[in-house]
Design a protein around this ligand. Sequence first.
Ligand SMILES: [Zn+2]
Ligand SMILES: [Zn+2]
Length: 171
Amino acid sequence: MFDIPGRVLYNTTRVIARCSMVLDVKRIINTPGGRIPFDFTEDFSDVDFGGVCPAVRPVSVVGQAENIAGMLRLQFDLTTTFSAVCDRCGAPFDLPYKVPFECLLAEINGSVDLSELARETFILNMPSKTLCREDCRGLCSGCGVNLNYEKCRCKKEVDPRLAALAKLLEQ
Ligand SMILES: [Zn+2]
Ligand SMILES: [Zn+2]
């Protein structure tokens, strides 16, 4: 059910010892309407996206398991703040991250590995593009200045004849 195509894209070579948050749902299996809330944090600082590990802070996992007509409904939000790097200008910035997850499990074998579920949800929901702001102007491909803060310096390279014309036009 949680197969992830393309998982090989991610860095799985680092082995990190971590304890797993396994939720025991036995006590609500026979109780329609029964709920078990949970609230814990996970360390996903090893999750690598294109050479960057943005989850430097703990990721909070807050949600609940609920018995709905004999099926187990799992719901949680993943929340953290990434240390991101802007795709356009290369500036580091803090990026709020919040992703909801929900699923319905027909078969319950007594426990649910929330850590694994949270990790897979996290990996599948990485932003494909990170911009420091919607209208980031990026770097000039000519002179390399950050166009958010500085003016492009490429003008110097304008053909002297055109520069004369530009001067005329400026007046
Ligand atoms: Zn930017
Ligand atoms: Zn430039």
